[in-house]
Design a protein around this ligand. Structure first.
Ligand code: ADP
Ligand code: MG
Length: 350
């Protein structure tokens, strides 16, 4: 039965992949991606992202578990019988063919008649905003345009699912950020389910509806970008998705008021003149500035708080420069007070 919007398009249940007899690339993944969703798989290098994608595509067979696409168990189906297409980081375009020929290539191999090939390639190039570029050769395009040709080539067969493995990895930062916005817009227009793999947390948060955070072959957390960022479930997620001040032991006791493992985002910490009293529902600690890093829109202040006779806990605060709220003449050695609301503290130990 075909799936519709909001219904599961991809379902992984207990999916494991062991290479050889001891390399556990994926240690049991349970994951559901809805129809029409833009889903990100985020994790450090070697965490099993590509292996998961290759199993969804059918290039790799799971050691255990099942994979369903559109409600149908495809675990035993070869790649060519799955309604899935993949864009790899090394998207090789044929250099001697024009852009249009590159996009038409797959259809030509499958024997799609010329007229239909032409019109579908034109439509796909339109989708990626390269309508006028059909006659050009890849060498006459920028990196971002070549990437969009690769995307058009993958979209032209109108797959139910498009898998993208670090698709923007070869682009420089500025272009990458631009392409992130475009990818999202294109996905929204075509309505195809996208699963995008990235090791870049900004990219994942910018692009996706929901994401899964992978670590060492395991899924640490699945959720909406905002939920994962605002409510990381453990230390790994708190550190990998954004940056966090992680507090445990005596530091937790002194700064949170109880033992455990806690995280506070740097943008939730205010930098105040020394001696500022805590507002209701918030906490303060006196600290000595270690470093002030100006970063254009924000300034990062690292400061050492003296707690419980310890050598000192370094806390990082990120302050918006437009708010102009920093005490004047802030520099190494300045005495300040750091403040945060009780609600900014995430308990990672539960
Ligand atoms: P990622 O894409 O997150 O960087 P991969 O899925 O490529 O991670 O790899 C996960 C783990 O599996 C790594 O330790 C990697 O070395 C191992 N691995 C991946 N493919 C193979 C393979 N074909 N043979 C043996 N080990 C592999
Ligand atoms: Mg990879």
């Amino acid at each position: 039965m075909p799936s519709g919007p909001g219904e599961p398009q991809i379902e992984l249940t207990g999916v494991r992949k062991v290479f050889g007899d001891s390399i556990v690339a994926v240690a049991g993944a349970d994951l559901t991606v809805d129809d029409g969703e833009l889903f990100a798989i985020l994790g450090p290098s070697g965490s099993g992202k590509t292996t998961v994608l290759r199993m969804i595509a059918g290039f790799e067979q799971p050691t255990a578990g099942t994979i369903k696409l559109g409600g149908v168990d495809v675990t035993a189906l070869p790649a060519r019988r799955r309604d899935v297409n993949t864009v790899f980081q090394e998207y090789a375009l044929f250099p001697h063919m024009t852009v249009a020929q590159n996009v038409e290539y797959g259809m030509r191999v499958r024997g799609v008649p010329k007229g239909e090939r032409r019109s579908r390639a034109a439509e796909a190039l339109e989708m990626v905003r390269l309508a006028d570029y059909g006659p050009r050769k890849p060498a006459q395009l920028s990196g971002g345009q070549r990437q969009r040709v690769a995307l058009a080539r993958a979209l032209v067969g109108r797959p139910k699912v498009l898998l993208l493995d670090e698709p923007l990895g070869a682009l420089d930062l500025k272009l990458r950020e631009q392409m992130q916005v475009e990818l999202k817009a294109i996905q929204r227009e075509v309505g195809i389910t996208f699963v995008i793999v990235t090791h870049d947390q900004d990219e994942a948060l910018t692009l996706c509806d929901r994401l899964a955070v992978f670590n060492d072959g395991r899924i640490e957390q699945i959720g909406k970008a905002r939920d994962v960022y605002e409510n990381p479930v453990n230390r790994f997620v708190a550190d990998f998705v954004g940056t966090s001040n992680v507090l445990d032991g005596d530091a937790a006791e002194a700064l949170v008021g109880r033992r455990g493992l806690f995280a506070v985002r740097p943008e939730r910490i205010a930098v105040l003149p020394t001696g500022a009293p805590p507002a209701p529902g918030s906490r303060t600690v006196d600290a000595t500035v270690a470093e002030v890093i100006y970063a254009g829109p924000t300034t990062r202040v690292a400061a050492v708080a003296q707690v419980g006779g310890q050598p000192g806990v370094t806390l990082t605060a990120t302050v918006l420069n437009a708010a102009a709220s920093l005490p004047e003449d802030l520099g190494h050695g300045t005495q300040i007070t750091l403040a945060w609301a009780d609600g900014a503290v995430h308990d990672l130990s539960t």
